[in-house]
Design a protein around this ligand. Structure first.
Ligand code: SF4
Length: 383
């Protein structure tokens, strides 16, 4: 090992991809296989103490002690639902904590991760939006949620691997934190780390059209779109991002995302069922017409109430009728069974504990509606 260490700034190695680590070690003329060794120790073995990394030389371990950290998340709270769902509150910095949800199924388990501390997009039915926005999570803070869940549960369940799927459906708009999300996904999919297959990672977006195109260019992952409405009139009220990128533009982006036949993509459209807002038979027919030429499936999500939301959940009967109309139109439609409702871990209920840096309520009251939207988009897209 040669010493160019004055060029190296102390960083959290947990959030570095294989390529980042190779570059990191090249500064001190270490061979690239060191990156593989370190990835395996951190992500496969769950080891954060350099002294346990026995295939690294003593001099390299000493150098790492001085120049890099492996900063692990601190769990502030754990809640376990009667259905086995677990919600963790994980501290990401001195002021903020985000929520991560583990959802066990019979044959697989899914982890729902957060990509931002809060969210700036202000979807009207979303508990996260009410908390304001404190900032983007780093790649390390995103991957640390998977690190934490995987290694905590491996010990508890005595399994080699626990998490089979990761969905970016926790706090935040993942495509508004593009670079960090992409780096974290590269680590998730790396065989030297978690080895998740490309269909096992799903990025969910409220519809930032240019970033959907960019995601298609960068990664082969699954895409979910938080649609929630069959027309612009309703969607403008539920998802303010729609005023920037209306439904017609969003559908074009969805078609572009799946046009590469080799990828065999389908889009998942998420549709929260809100009583007398978006749940009429006419809405169902309009939705069927809208998406009929996009290879896709629809997840109907019974609304998960939170205090002062101003919305009610559609009745089971209305949801079933809505589903039948879509099915009859040839669209695979699933009604998602609410998970973790008793611990507020269900879709749209995550709130975390964050300090609202944009002080949204005070600012937004002063702004004209159009200015307000531009402001939100600007805040949300600054990576
Ligand atoms: S639904 Fe998603 S994008 Fe919309 S405010 Fe909530 S977290 Fe943000």
């Amino acid at each position: 090992m040669k010493s160019n260490e004055q060029n190296v700034v102390e960083q959290n190695l947990l959030g570095m991809s294989q390529q980042d680590l190779e570059q990191f070690f090249s500064v001190i003329d270490e061979k690239s296989f060191r990156a593989t060794q370190l990835m395996k120790w951190m992500h496969q073995q769950g080891v954060a103490d350099y002294e346990q990394m026995t295939n690294l030389s003593k001099s390299l371990r000493d150098w790492l002690h001085k120049n890099a950290t492996i900063q692990l998340p601190e769990m502030l709270n754990e809640e376990i639902s009667t259905d086995g769902t677990r919600k963790w509150l994980l501290k990401v910095d001195d002021k903020n904590a985000v929520e991560t949800v583990f959802i066990p199924e019979n044959d697989r388990a899914t982890l729902c991760v957060s990509s931002q501390a809060g969210c700036a997009l202000d979807c009207t039915f979303c508990a996260t939006a009410r908390q304001g926005f404190a900032g983007n999570l780093t790649a390390a803070q995103i991957i640390s949620q998977l690190w934490f869940a995987e290694h905590r549960l491996r010990t508890q369940f005595n399994k080699r691997r626990v998490i089979g799927n990761v969905v970016f459906m926790g706090m935040g708009e993942p495509l508004a934190n593009f670079d960090n999300v992409v780096t974290a996904i590269r680590i998730m999919m790396d065989d030297n780390a978690y080895g998740l297959g490309k269909r096992k990672v799903t990025v969910s977006t409220s519809g930032i059209v240019p970033k959907i195109d960019k995601l298609r260019d960068e990664l082969d992952v699954s895409l979910a779109v938080s649609l929630h409405a069959p027309n612009d009139e309703i969607r403008n009220q539920l998802v303010p991002m729609n005023r920037r990128y209306p439904i017609a533009e969003l559908m074009q982006a969805c078609r572009r995302f799946i046009e590469d036949k080799n990828r065999k993509h389908t889009i998942t459209f998420e549709y929260v069922m809100l009583d007398k807002i978006n749940d009429s038979p006419q809405n169902a027919k309009q939705l069927a017409k809208l998406i009929k030429d996009v290879p896709s499936k629809v997840n109907l999500i019974p609304f998960n109430a939170f205090p002062n939301s101003g919305f009610e959940r559609s009745s089971d009967q209305v949801i079933e009728e809505f589903r039948e109309i879509l099915q009859a139109a040839g669209i695979t439609t699933i009604t998602r069974r609410p998970r973790g409702e008793d611990i507020a871990a269900a879709c749209g209920q995550l709130a975390g504990d964050i300090t609202d840096k944009v002080k949204r309520q005070r600012h937004f009251e002063k702004l004209h509606e159009r200015e307000m939207l531009d402001y939100r988009v600007e805040v949300a897209t600054c990576a």
